[in-house]
Design a protein around this ligand. Structure first.
Ligand SMILES: NC(=O)NCCC[C@H](N)C(=O)O
Length: 420
């Protein structure tokens, strides 16, 4: 079988706010129906979403993007198209069955079963998972000893948050490496799409799911050449070092700001505390604003005359790590602007805390000064408007139960470059 022909790119993004052209979303599907009060914590949801309503909310989000002439690509459609290719099917099935919990009998049965599935069925099995009581063969010790509702292939309810499993940096895509066990398999799928789908085949890649932990929600393209990376519950110090080396080597950035954030669920990613809404404006959780600091990481001796790619080959890529400075100061310096203006979430600490929890800071910029935000964060949205930002409000009562907002739920594939 062959996948449909499609015209590639140009794809890429060099900021958070250049006009958004193409985005990858995931419409919530059967994987959300796997959530129960017994497994929701492990699967990183704070509640049990009403799936039909979550789909309605998500459709309205996609419609708001299309109304602004943004091309919406769906992850499952890309995956199904990718799985029309025999090599992709083979990789996907092998990776999904690599877990040591299966045992040989069940693994062999599932491999045969999945090989016979159509591309659309295979997409569903890979995303919604397979439960022990759903299989019709492969019975043996593992089937008998596992509980009937144990998963043989885990569901991926957090696919909804397409931001985290890949990030475009200029014309390269970084397939990320997710730290939480419940999310690890997601990047097997994004890597497959970017490797095999005709639209993306040949795209230059950095990072990868075997690399040190970096999650897309921690990566903010503050300006062309300047990337902020949160280091906390998800992205590790080694992860930001690896990413910095790769972006310097490929000449994708001149500065990476390593930003320590509290290792807590409320601040799991940098984009839960701040997101860019204009070339020089950031919406930020005021309760952390004063304490947020950053180490500017640059290439040591960047003017040494030898290109970074050659120095990397020679094993000589030395990083310079500056002393930590207040985040806004370090960011403005690296961006070459006088001030990175902060817009606060909420008016008082309690409102700010509530709206931060409900992803008030997690906005998706469609262009400079135009951002999608959850409607529920009334105070933050008012403040954004007072600062001259057009707010495109969407409902998120069900979508938000996984703790992610419009930025988390979107992977920008193409943005217009910012005017020089
Ligand atoms: N960028 C983001 O902040 N993504 C939200 C991810 C939520 C998901 N339930 C998680 O815990 O990983």
């Amino acid at each position: 079988m062959t996948a449909p022909e499609s015209t590639p790119g140009p794809h890429g993004a060099d900021s958070e706010v250049g006009r958004l052209r193409t985005v990858v979303l995931h419409r919530p599907g059967p994987e959300l129906k796997r959530l129960t009060p017994r497994n929701n914590d492990k699967l990183l949801f704070d509640g049990i979403p009403w799936v039909a309503r979550a789909q309605e909310e998500h459709d309205a989000f996609a419609e708001a993007l299309r109304a602004r002439e943004v091309e919406v690509l769906y992850l499952t459609e890309l995956l199904t198209e990718t799985l029309e290719l025999e090599s992709a099917r083979h990789h996907a099935i092998t990776a999904a069955l690599s877990g040591l919990h299966l045992g040989d009998t069940m693994r062999a049965y599932l491999a045969r079963f999945l090989r016979e599935a159509s591309p659309a069925e295979l997409t569903e099995y890979l995303t919604a998972g397979i439960r022990n009581d759903e299989v019709r063969g492969g019975f043996g010790l593992v089937t008998s000893l596992l509980a009937s509702d144990d998963f043989l292939v885990d569901p991926l309810p957090n696919l909804l948050f397409t931001r985290d499993s890949s990030v475009w940096v200029r014309d390269r895509v970084a397939v990320t490496s997710l730290s939480m066990p419940a999310r690890k398999r997601e990047t097997q799928l994004t890597e497959l799409i970017y490797t095999e789908h005709p639209r993306f085949r040949g795209t230059g890649r950095i990072h990868g799911w075997h690399s040190e932990y970096v999650e897309g929600g921690d990566v903010l393209l503050l300006a062309p050449g300047v990337i902020a990376v949160g280091v906390g519950e998800r992205t590790t110090p080694a992860g930001v070092e690896r990413l910095a080396r790769q972006v310097f080597q490929a000449d994708l950035a001149h500065t990476v700001l390593a930003v320590p954030i509290a290792q807590e669920r409320a601040t799991m990613h940098l984009d839960t505390v701040c997101t860019m809404v204009d070339v020089d404006k950031i919406v930020m959780y005021p309760n952390v604003a004063d304490s947020l600091r950053a180490h500017a990481v640059t290439l040591a001796d960047p003017a040494g005359g030898v290109p970074a790619s050659e120095r990397a080959e020679a094993g000589e890529l030395t990083l310079h790590v500056a002393e930590a400075e207040p985040f806004l100061v370090a960011a403005a310096k690296a961006m070459g602007i006088d001030t990175l203006h902060q817009i606060d979430t909420g008016l008082d600490p309690v409102t700010a805390e509530r709206e931060q929890w409900d992803d008030g800071n997690n906005t998706l910029a469609l262009a400079p000064r135009v951002a999608v935000a959850y409607e529920r964060n009334v105070e933050t949205n008012d403040r954004l408007e007072a600062a001259g930002i057009e707010v495109v409000r969407i409902a998120g009562s069900e979508l938000g139960s996984g703790r992610g907002g419009p930025r988390c739920m979107s992977c920008p594939v193409t943005r217009d470059p910012l005017p020089a």
